[in-house]
Design a protein. Structure first.
Length: 457
């Protein structure tokens, strides 16, 4: 394959050209209630060519490597035609060529595990969920794995081959009592082999217990409170509410937000550090290089409360006078790379959990993420569950916890950062530009924030 790609690129008549070829193995097992809904294994192969001519991109996809010379010519022809009409011309930040290979570790290669063994594992989790309590009326178990082998080459001389494993597990239980329906779930994701999906019986029990407990939990009382976010919810918050507006392609399309997101502007307390880390072995979606052949770097978005960095592709870096950060990612070979997050998190602080509770006469401890939406700097998140904080102690469970606010004001209202830390890669993924689900991770310590608006009764 290397010789084929290099040979095809040597004949390119574009200012710049690149090829990404992918071979992907996938398998999936899904149980709903006591029914096996899906049991399948698939393989796919395909590639994408991008050619740059006079500041315009041309793109062609293919499934047969023998078509490469024709597809490079097609992409070049499209780029040349587009160049007559494009206003905002593309240029790429300079980059030294690199040759490298990476293979993600798997103690048990997912390709060598029989589909029947994967089915038995999923079924065992499903039986735990359904058998936990009489009020459990439904369950969902989704096991999925994939191995993505991506080969990248460009006319600058870069050639990179990466193999990235991915294993995810969703465990969900639904409980019902007197017409009230509640759900508890655990969402897990890893970069590893089949071994990563084994041994999560306690997580299945925790999901079922939470669904049952929520039946007797009281709805939260709406108001403005000091709120303590657990690491999972704090990680989702920093990814969704802040991370996306640090993606340089978004800012280039949105001039008002670009003025707000000026480097050097203070957004939070001095103890606040927000990072988008490029490569964390074992975490979902992780490999050393992005889909433009750029080494993934560690980028501080906020350092000591001040905006210090953005996430870039080669094109956005050139336009904004920055260095590429390795954030150009595509969800599959059918898509071109766009600026995406990798491992986005708040660094830990110095406070214990008990210290973070101390002094809160009445507040909310919000846990897990059930869903939400953002609109520029405004956000709304639903916690999966929560607890009252009463006189510095965790109190009764509450439900229907919805947090709303302005991300910049919320960052300024952070009071404490815990010394603990969790990096979470769930079974879903990040969506942007009709590319979903892209494996990402997010993380944080416990985070205490004052004056948070909590919706409820």
């Amino acid at each position: 394959m290397e010789e084929l790609l290099r040979s095809a690129l040597s004949e390119a008549r574009a200012d710049y050209a690149e090829i990404r070829w992918e071979e992907v193995f996938r398998s999936r097992v899904v149980f709903q209630r006591d029914q096996l809904i899906a049991l399948e294994a698939t393989e796919e192969r395909g590639g994408i060519v991008r050619a740059l001519v006079d500041g315009a991109w041309g793109i062609a996809v293919f499934t047969n490597p023998d078509e490469l010379p024709k597809k490079i010519a097609e992409a070049t022809r499209l780029a040349r035609a587009a160049a007559h009409h494009v206003r905002d011309r593309v240029a790429l930040a300079e980059l030294e060529p690199v040759e490298d290979r990476y293979q993600g570790p798997m103690a048990r290669d997912i390709r060598g595990v029989p589909l029947e063994e994967k089915r038995r594992l999923a079924e065992s989790y499903n039986q735990i969920l359904l058998g936990y309590h009489p009020s459990i009326v439904a369950s969902t178990v989704r096991y999925a794995d994939s191995l993505r082998r991506a080969i990248y080459a460009n006319t600058e001389g870069t050639y990179i081959a990466q193999e990235v494993p991915d294993v995810t597990l969703m465990l969900a239980a639904t409980a019902r009592k007197n017409g009230d329906v509640q759900q508890g779930f655990e969402s897990l994701g890893f970069a590893g082999g089949f071994e990563k999906a084994v041994g999560h019986e306690e997580r299945a029990r925790a999901a079922a217990k939470r669904a049952v407990d929520l039946l007797s939990a009281k709805p939260v009382r709406g108001g403005q409170y000091t709120v303590l976010l657990n690491p999972e919810l704090a990680g989702v918050f920093i990814h969704e509410a802040f991370g996306h507006i640090c993606e340089a392609d978004f800012l280039l399309r949105n001039k008002p937000m670009r003025k707000v997101m000026e480097l050097g502007r203070r957004f939070g307390v001095e103890t606040l550090h927000v990072v988008d880390d490029g490569f964390i072995p074992g975490a979902r979606g992780n490999c050393p290089y992005d889909d433009e052949g750029v080494r993934r770097t560690r980028t501080y978005l906020i350092r000591e409360g001040v905006l210090t960095g953005l996430m870039h592709s080669r094109a956005t870096a050139r336009k904004l006078g920055a260095k590429p950060t390795g954030n150009a990612r595509a969800v599959s070979w059918e898509h071109e790379p766009i600026v995406r997050m990798r491992n986005t998190f708040i660094e830990p602080g110095s406070f214990t959990f008990e210290e973070m509770l101390d002094g809160v006469e009445y507040g909310i401890y919000a846990c897990g993420a059930f869903g939400g939406q953002t609109e520029f700097e405004q956000f709304t998140f639903s916690a999966a569950y929560g607890y009252e904080i009463v006189n510095g102690r965790v109190g009764e469970m509450v439900r229907d916890v919805v947090l709303t606010g302005n991300v910049f004001q919320t960052l300024r209202n952070i009071e404490m950062l815990g010394r603990d830390f969790e990096l979470h890669g769930g079974a879903g993924g990040c969506g942007k530009g009709r590319q979903w689900p892209l494996p990402v991770t997010h993380g944080a310590p416990h985070v205490r924030i004052r004056d948070v608006i909590v919706g409820g009764r």
